[in-house]
Write a new protein. Sequence first.
Lengths: 489, 316
Amino acid sequence: MTHPAASAEGVSKRFGATLALHRVDFAVAFGEIHAVVGENGAGKSTLIRVLGGVHRPDLGVIRVNGEERHFASPREAIAAGIVTIPQELRLVPALSVAENIALGDLPARRFGPLAVIDRARMREQAQAVLAELDFAPDPWAPVASLSVAERQLVAIAKALHRRCRIFILDEPTAALEKREIARLFSVIARMKRQGTAIIYISHRLEEVVAIADRCTVLRDGRVAAVAARGAFSVNDLVGAMTGRAEQQALFAPLPSGEPLLEARLDGVTDVRVRAREFVGLAGLLGSGADRIIRRLFGAAREPTMVEVRSKKHRLASPHDAIAAGIGMVPGERSLGLIMNQSVRDNILLPNLDMLSRMGYLDRAAGDRIVAELMELLDIRPRQPHLKASVLSGGNQQKVILAKWLARRVAVLLLDDPTQGIDVAAKAQIHALIADLVGRGAAAMIYSSDLAELARLCDRVLAVRQGHITATLDRSGGIDEPKLRNAIGG
Amino acid sequence: MKGKGRRWNLAGQMPLVSLIVLCVATALLTNRFLSPFNVTNILVQSSIMAVIAMGMTFVIVGGGFDLSVGSTAALSGCIASMVMLEAGIAAGVAAGIIAGAAVGLANGLVIAFLNVNPFITTLGTMVLVRGVVFLITGGAPVSGEAGLPSEFVAFGSDRFLGIHYLVWIPAVLLAVLSFVMHATPYGRRIYATGGAREAAYLSGVPVRKVIASTYVWCGALAGVAGVMLAARLQSGQPTAGEFYELTAIAAVVLGGASLQGGEGTLYKSVIGVFIMIVLGNALNLLNVDSYWQRVAVGAVIIAAAAAERLRSRGSR
């Protein structure tokens, strides 16, 4: 009888009052791609951490090749052949591709008591394993010089070199461009043919439908559904994840109002956003679209001149921008939140000036604002004194939005706000921004997800090399292919 | 009280619990520990270090570090004494505190605006300021021919409501500064800056100014401590305050502050000071060899920091 490559049987895991996993059964076979989907907090991360040796299960067992295993650390899991390729790749940027692959197991030649690294063998080993992935970078190039997608391949190669045959890919496409995703998928398909077991975690359900042989849906720490290829669609998955059928959010275009934000960047790039307008910025990685957001927020090196509600402002720092009525949701949540501080302190941080009564803080007013916003945005759990770091990604993003809703900013700038967030939280965040815009504010959003821009925006500015090269608007029709064409992707 | 009691859990009160355990244990081992003379002695000894540790808390919560406080205290004590002999007590005290604040401002500007590492910057000022102290004093104590003004000297030993003036100063400062740190926008911005500088910046916190200001507090409070020390020693001592920076940093860390920044509380830092002073006092009373005392104090610092790490890892 053949055993599954890896399995979890009746695994439960509790963190304090939260039951993160409840009697979860899960198995992946060699040569199979098994996807795990679920909303934030459904238990995906806990499941992969249990399989990857980060957490020990309270109940249940982990088997590898049918053999019961108790991992005390990720190292032991790797030694057993299970490796997690996380979103943050653990490579040493300053070392070369070959060195990174060999690290931990450096080939050496001995001269008496001296060990000298055998560079020729190191290169051969690296090239051999990279060839399995159909990838041939310069083995001596420092990893820092590679793109995110290439680093990911190096990380996979490193795991293959360690003879790992069970891969947990955690949101592997979150930071990739379309073309890079296609390449990664062909690598995954190849690995599958060579008999590797792949556990695939993604928020992008279209990907799951396209690539997975089997899919496990988690909800509230339990297995809500397991289905084989062909037996599930994106809508089925959403239904199983949320426990209800998806309501596609469609936003009717609103009549736009007076200009709220006007700026001329570098003397050439004109940006104008009107009230009740949702403007998108589209651009490839490195196109400078995200930099436009930073400049409009005064967070670039040089000051920016802008007009907000026809009043001129010089933005030398975010402090100036906030005073002028601009808020920003940064691309990384760690830049939007002070992780070791409470939800309350985070929401109030940009708003301390409003709460200051002759130099001291009006606590009661602060509590009131925080309670209202947590209710309005449905931030869970409803505990203002919890540290921001313990919230799920979607809830963290809501806390960041709450910071700016508390101020009723005129213009909200968003830098890829729904990256790595599950569908339900994403829809909630879209609705919140749309609501803000509907009430007379303006929003400008950069997103790496062109479908998101096409769905949400009244107008999309295409950015190449730091300049706006084309404008698409609702009347002319906005769709993904048009956007891709405009940004040169 | 519903929900408000959240901050008062036992895990957050480790410093206080340790201090109580330490005091009870010492009291059981020797009856001299709770004698009025010894308790007064502990309070007075703690007072000067408490003022320095409060300044250090500002800097550490803001994500920084200050090694120059001991030298600054010596500078302030000497300048206060010199000015006092010429221009009276008030001018002397003011000059001493201003000198401390000036050193802090210099530290703050270099660290916040030139982005020089705080460890290196304040290591530099520690040495530099000590040099300046020796230059202006010629290496000799400052007390004039007839000594410092008698009211000033009396301040170093007199009591108000049965408690030394020297003890009242940190008590009042603790109340006022706790208010600044917890109930003002400025205080919350220090925590935010220390917790995540870039995120605080993107939330509109003027992080450079905030960081620089923490060093000004630290310098000014080291100045206050220097003046207190001069009153107690009845002179400005150029060699005073050596190793104060290390004791202060150890006390702040014992009080549960994180050297990563963003965490720390003034009163817990003061408890940290008490732990350091009581520990030394207990070892003295128990006639522990002074060489062994150093070994014990060093081990306690490391053990406390390690316990804190283990605890925070456990709750993660």
